[in-house]
Design a protein around this ligand. Sequence first.
Ligand SMILES: NC(=O)c1ccc[n+]([C@@H]2O[C@H](COP(=O)([O-])OP(=O)(O)OC[C@H]3O[C@@H](n4cnc5c(N)ncnc54)[C@H](O)[C@@H]3O)[C@@H](O)[C@H]2O)c1
Ligand SMILES: [Zn+2]
Ligand SMILES: [Zn+2]
Length: 361
Amino acid sequence: MPQEVRGVIARAKGEPVTVETIVIPDPGPGEVVVAVQACGVCHTDLHYREGGINDDFPFLLGHEAAGIVETVGEGVTEVAPGDFVILNWRAVCGECRSCLRGRPHYCFATHNAQQKMTLLDGTELSPALGIGAFADKTLVAAGQATKVDPEARPEAAGLLGCGVMAGIGAALNTGGVTRGDSVAVFGCGGVGDAAIEGSRIAGAHTIIAVDLDDTKLEWAKGFGATHTVNAATEDPVARIKEITGGNGADVVIEAIGLPHVYKQAFEARDLAGTVVLVGVPNPEHTIELPFIEVFGRGGALKSSWYGDCLPSRDFPMLIDLYLQGRLNLDGFVSETIGLDQVEEAFHKMETGGVLRSVVVL
Ligand SMILES: NC(=O)c1ccc[n+]([C@@H]2O[C@H](COP(=O)([O-])OP(=O)(O)OC[C@H]3O[C@@H](n4cnc5c(N)ncnc54)[C@H](O)[C@@H]3O)[C@@H](O)[C@H]2O)c1
Ligand SMILES: [Zn+2]
Ligand SMILES: [Zn+2]
């Protein structure tokens, strides 16, 4: 029997979101219905609402979630009813050219549920990142639900589903940060702070946090930044060089998505170092770099999609670290809110003051 539950809908570009009744079909082959327990508010939800992703309104927002599998469709073997899962937007296909080369973390053909969730009048919804978890329940592909230790708090665990995984993975997977490295992170929102946390776990020796906001810099210290630089009052490139003995950092992570900041990241890097871009650029922006420096500095300029994570490999491992007290996921949960407070949470995100507002159901 299809179920009627509440969901947060963006009906039109720029319009405030509304809580509406939505219809969740029974899971078909390869699909599961998940009772959502918690879902973080991510910048990407706001991008959808602003029409910045595509025009497929109405959207069912929310995609950083944890919950309990309620029912499973035919052929589902990965999870069973009652399992505690984190939702992901990288259900790998196993058959594309990347998967076949043993690189499923880059899968070029990820998939979502086949059936559509709808409004009461039958209008099909577009779930954010194929998930749509600002709702009591949601329908996803079985591969989008990753089973983890149920001891973890849902509000913290769900954050691994997007921004926190993107940041940790930018450091650990894409940047390959390791013991003794110096790391600089530009932008200390949820993603940047997760990159700092990831660098700390990896044993980085020096971790330099760069932001324009002193409160954000203070929080960054809590995640493991050893030095902070306020780019509003200091030249971040000069300061990073100074802190690293005149050389620059081994790994520089850009977690904002701005061309002039990317250029600073490029310049703040040591010879043979790595720049990782995890911030999402505006499609209209371009960058210009001195070509001889691109060659002369060597190393690597990399981009990080979803922290190059493989959910089945990374989520259970990171939840174990969290439960052992070695990964500070709780630090990202600034506040818990109800489904009807998502619009307010968008405003807080724009004015600073939170790392993550998390909807609790
Ligand atoms: N690559 C991925 O898979 C992935 C996944 C999730 C999010 N993201 C992207 O990561 C980026 C960061 O997300 P977030 O949730 O942390 O955002 P956020 O807005 O919370 O954080 C951005 C931070 O950058 C700071 N900042 C802005 N301009 C700056 C400047 N010139 N110099 C230094 N600091 C500056 C802000 O003060 C803020 O603290 C976004 O672009 C988001 O879309 C990427
Ligand atoms: Zn694939
Ligand atoms: Zn997100």
